[in-house]
Design a binder for this molecule. Sequence first.
Ligand SMILES: [Zn+2]
Length: 462
Amino acid sequence: MTLNGYCRFLTICTLIFPKTLCFLPKQQRVLLLSFDGFRWDYIYKFPTPSFHDIIKNGVHVEQITNVFITKTYPNHYTMVTGLYAESHGIIANEMYDPVLNETFSMNHMTIYNSKFWEDAYPVWITNQMQGHRSGAAMWPGTDVQIHGAFPTYYMHYNESVSFEDRVAKLIEWFISEESINLGLLYWEQPDEKGHLWGPNNPRMKAVIAEIDELLDYLVQELKKAKLWDTLNVIITSDHGMAQSSADRIIELDQYVDKDLYTMIDHSPDVAILPVEGQLDAVFSALVKAHPHMTVYKKEDIPYRLHYRHSSRIQPILAVADEGWEILQNRSDHFELGNHGYDNILPDMHPIFLAHGPAFRKNVSKQTMESTDLYPLLCYLLGIEPLPNNGSLEHVKDLLVSAAPKEPLDRHQEESYAYYSGIVLGSILVLGFLVMFVKHLTRSQVSAMWIQNTEIAQPLLQS
Ligand SMILES: [Zn+2]
């Protein structure tokens, strides 16, 4: 076989056994769970034995650096796309798209307009395009048709469906004949109570205790279904929560005429669309209006926030300091807890725990980016990620090895095929090297012979 022939053979083998020859990880199953608004330090402030059990037997990242703005929809879409908000297009819970001339609002059915979501492909679609099945219980965006697809199995969003019913559905999908390899689970607490009372309120102790019980319920149900030891379970959140106060309110009406602009998104990140021709007037009126409010023209939003390159980001953005609220005036509704502030603030950071065959045990690290979750998910699922702002390298230290293996008691035959593939792959690579060295040696010998002839020739002539 010639060197070219061997290369062709190797290419064909790579196509036939891609996972073996490229040493991609064995496909594993993943359940991703978000407790909305679960701040990273709740597990230290309140008794949370279920969380701590998982930390002892799995991995723990103390604080996730999430993306700006630190609100629900942008961050849930970042977790499943690995993109900053400006790139995946869900830049706020409330937004206006001047190209579509449409408004997206979590309080209305407008979130079901597919066009808002189609700047990116979420992981469930990529998973399905690569031959797998996904299941989603209320994860934001999973009941929206995106690029013509829904998750293989999903629930229509309904806040009144209990955590227990959501868990039951996911388990059913994981153990069914046509089983899923990716499950997404969303729960509304402790965000709602955090907004209502503020994170510093002693009543949050009971809220977090209830979530700890829900986590224990999930673990027990997964054990009953014999999934706990084979499933990789990731528990995280979209953002933290900061304490607000009626003493820390900034009223825009005190500084600028409300007829000069439309307020698109609300405190603490106020997206301002000025009336045509009034941009400079509105900006000048607000830029130095209050010491606890930073006002940017869109093009001057700091690069580190990755919040500039989208037509849905409005010409002016006003951001409050932590704990402050920006309202039109005091008649506006406001709550004692809020999030959305700068993503460098620790109080905005969510929790991250993971347990399962792919994850190390009793391992902690300080931080990771929420954009790193997507490449991690793709790696575990054995699927090719789309371009993203994260990096698997940042989180590889959480994994048992660079190539996590499926436990032998499940898919044993596949494991044998995997190792046989590695042996076959190694033989092919060695064979290729031998052929290459032989080819190289032969070329060098002939080159030396030609070279010697060229040197000898003039001598012979002289
Ligand atoms: Zn949220």
